[in-house]
Unconditional design. Structure first.
Length: 338
């Protein structure tokens, strides 16, 4: 009989709700508990995501905790999904690991490479599963692009282009514009093309960035190029002030493969070759997309793995190091850097 993975969600904001919705479509998984900063918030979340709309008995309702410590101490939780604001990720992940829980931590994993190193070190020391919740890495479209590249169909890969941007509110008090909450385009949006470029092209040898900064001190638009160890270049951009196409294209000597808008959750990819031929491949996904990373994390727990081969600890540490370098180049600092 397959082991049921019992999930606890730490936080009750939008991303927590998206992940809880994804769990509903995840085989052999159950939302066992949720924690909020208030009992009322946790209770409302638990009621919304009960196993059935009419669930009333305690066995059908997720446990609701008004303190994060109560969730990580619960014997009814196998793994904690960290869904709090960016600056809280490190402290919350450390709290869960100290409580003996496996952790899936929403991106950005932490605010900087130093914090990431502390979290990874504790997970390794305590022999607990830990993974960054970069859901794009587990979507069917990325797996398809990897297969196309590996087949040699588009030839030797030379470059990747990707952008991610939308017109966010200019309200200085909003989370995306608030440096104390980790605001800015890079950590919210730029991490998507950065992470997927690394997944497809490998280790980065050099990065160069420029940005347009806002009045609150966060980046509104950032563009960066990366040179990868294999010789390919990736050209990426992100913006809180532009509705970008949101596509990703990998080009090689014989053709290209395109992940359509929005590339991080596209349901098809298109291959265009030098001979003029073109084909589009369907890449449908389960649930709301978050389902795939939940499946991956759950299987790691069943298999006794401490990290996932498609999103390793070293991958996360390298990405956090790149984000630090880009932020230094564009002059983006957060209170956690002190």
């Amino acid at each position: 009989m397959t082991r049921i993975i019992r999930w606890g969600i730490l936080g009750t904001g939008r991303i927590a709700r998206d992940f809880a919705a994804g769990l509903r479509a995840t085989p052999d998984a159950r939302l066992a508990a949720v924690a909020s900063r208030s009992s009322e918030g946790a209770q409302a979340f638990a009621q919304q995501f009960a196993q059935s709309p009419s669930a009333q008995s305690p066995s059908e309702m997720p446990l609701a905790f008004g303190a994060y410590e109560e969730l990580v101490d619960s014997p009814d939780v196998d793994i904690v999904y960290i869904a709090t604001p960016h600056p809280m990720h490190a402290a919350n992940a450390l709290l869960a690991l100290r409580g003996g829980k496996a952790v899936l931590c929403e991106k950005p994993f932490t605010m900087n490479r130093r914090e990431a190193g502390e979290v990874v070190a504790l997970a390794r020391a305590n022999k607990l599963f830990l993974m960054e919740a970069m859901w794009t890495r587990f979507m069917p479209a990325l797996a398809q692009v990897k297969r196309i590249i590996a087949s040699g169909e588009i030839g030797a890969v030379t470059q990747l282009h990707a952008d991610f941007g939308f017109s966010a509110t200019p309200d200085p008090a909003h989370r995306v514009n608030d440096p104390t909450l980790g605001g800015g385009a890079l950590l919210d949006l730029g991490i998507y093309p950065l992470s997927i470029a690394c997944a497809l092209l490998g280790r980065v040898e050099a990065v160069q960035a420029q940005a347009v900064m806002g009045d609150t001190g966060v980046d509104l638009t950032t563009a960066f190029t990366m040179r990868h160890a294999g010789g390919a270049l990736s050209i990426c951009s992100c913006s809180l002030r532009a509705r970008a196409p949101g596509e990703l294209v990998v080009s090689g000597t014989r053709g290209s493969v395109r992940m359509h808008r929005m590339f991080h959750m596209t349901d098809s990819v298109t291959v265009d070759l030098l001979d003029g031929s073109s084909r589009t491949i369907a890449t449908p996904w389960l649930g709301n997309g978050y389902t795939h990373e939940a499946i991956a994390a759950g299987q790691c727990l069943r298999d006794g793995l401490l990290e996932h081969p498609d999103m390793t600890h070293d991958d996360t540490l390298a990405i956090m190091g790149l984000l630090d370098t880009i932020r230094k180049q564009i002059g983006l600092r957060y209170p956690s850097d002190a």
